[in-house]
Design a protein around this ligand. Structure first.
Ligand code: C5P
Length: 399
């Protein structure tokens, strides 16, 4: 699950003993790829310091509604607009009541009124307070207005009581937040990714190939599936497990790969060519093992079809993304390739840097399209893949 990837989560912390669990919640949200900012009520600051949440979230914690300094930076309206989700954990009985009344007497309740983002509440309070009809009515009203609820859990409480009212575990809350985004930014889209090397046979036992590990293509397929796309991976020979929710078609040669891609084309909205396709293949494949009788020999090679160019040139072509692995003048060559192959987007990386590329688990790239580009810093191939997917989603809606 990584539906929270690249999402802005505004975490509201109100004043209950469960506020200490908010620190772990920040981490859980970040592990799922979310950017987190924190708003604390005055009461919350009695239980956990803003400094703790600031250190964990990597962002200043917001506490005051009327704070000239804060308003100069990210004021309450900017915060409200920034949020993709407002998550209140813990949500105390008092906070639920104030949200219910539409009060705007502190920063958190004001942001709650000002944001168009969905609201997820993780209530935490004494079991009798939770059972009180006033709280029950408030919760029902908030749910009626579209608020989502996670928990509370049952069990032993800080006050010694046993019953419902404990804040749900941070991992459970983070999963509930994640689940709100399962629609995904590529939901309903059909993505085809090519990955790995191709093998071009010389005879029954030998072939020409390259060192592509397939890791980047597999990461792209994983990211596409996580973004909600129905995803097919057309893979050359690699030693990698198929990512969850991805359909895999194994191929060997460039011609096999082209054939499979063209078959998939009518049901493809986004085509991502990450495979390191062999540029040439032997002109003829010997049907018997070639003997080493001669002192010298030579190979006649012919050009392989350019798969991504063929896809981009097809009638009703999908949004087509290529890769450019270069050792010098990376961006200039990539832009040229973007034009020449008729692509919508190209991901350029510098393969002269041994820390990234082929067999590495890391990558860094610049993504280029007609009239724009964005640099992606060195990170795991999974992270780079998710960023590429987010850019594709953005370009799709822009175009
Ligand atoms: O021309 P070059 O190999 O540098 O282009 C790289 C891009 O083109 C990659 O996206 C690669 O997957 C794709 N490609 C292809 N078929 C080929 C050669 C490259 O789809 N025969």
């Amino acid at each position: 699950m990584a539906h929270l990837f690249n999402r802005n989560v505004l975490l509201g912390v109100s004043g209950g003993i469960a506020a200490y669990k908010s620190a772990e919640l920040v981490r859980q949200l970040q592990e799922r790829g979310a950017r987190v900012r924190v708003v604390m009520t005055r009461g919350a600051q009695e239980f956990i310091t803003p400094l703790t949440l600031q250190a964990l979230s990597g962002n200043p914690v917001h506490t005051e509604l009327l704070d000239a300094g804060a308003e100069m930076g990210m004021g309450h309206i900017e915060l409200a607009r920034w949020a993709d989700l407002l998550l209140v954990a813990p949500a105390t009985a008092d906070l639920l009541a104030r949200l219910c009344q539409g009060r705007a007497d502190d920063l958190l309740t004001t942001v709650a009124l000002a944001t168009p983002a969905p609201l997820l509440l993780a209530p935490a309070m004494n079991q009798q307070m939770w059972r009180d009809p006033a709280t029950a009515d408030n919760v029902a009203t908030l749910q009626g207005r579209g608020a989502h609820l996670v928990g509370p859990a049952e069990g032993e409480q800080a006050c010694g009581d046993v019953g419902p009212g404990r804040m749900a575990d941070p991992a459970v809350i983070a999963d509930a937040a994640d689940a709100l985004f399962t629609g995904g930014e590529l939901s309903g889209k059909r993505v085809v990714v090519t990955a790995g090397p191709t093998r071009e046979a010389l005879d029954p036992v030998r072939y020409i190939s390259n060192h592509s590990s397939g890791k980047m293509g597999f990461a792209l397929a994983r990211a596409a599936a996580d973004a909600g796309a129905s995803t097919t991976l057309v893979s050359g020979p690699v030693q990698l497990p198929t990512p969850d929710h991805v359909q895999r078609v194994d191929v060997v040669s460039a011609q096999d790969m082209l054939e499979q891609c063209l078959t998939l084309l009518p049901a493809c909205d986004i085509f991502i060519a990450c495979a390191a396709v062999a540029d040439y293949r032997p002109a003829a494949v010997q049907d018997r093992k070639i003997k080493k009788d001669a002192q010298e020999t030579s190979l006649q090679l012919v050009r392989n079809p350019d798969i991504v160019a063929a896809v981009a040139a097809a009638e009703h072509a999908p949004f087509t993304v290529g890769f450019a692995a270069e050792t010098n003048d990376v961006l200039a060559y990539a832009r040229d390739k973007l034009q020449r192959k008729g692509l919508d987007m190209i991901v350029a990386n510098d393969v002269s840097d041994t820390a990234i590329g082929f067999n590495s688990d890391q990558n860094a790239a610049t993504v280029l399209w007609q009239g724009g580009e964005e640099a992606l810093q060195r990170a795991s191939k999974d992270t780079v893949a998710r960023q590429v997917m987010a850019l594709i989603a953005r370009r799709l809606t822009a175009g």
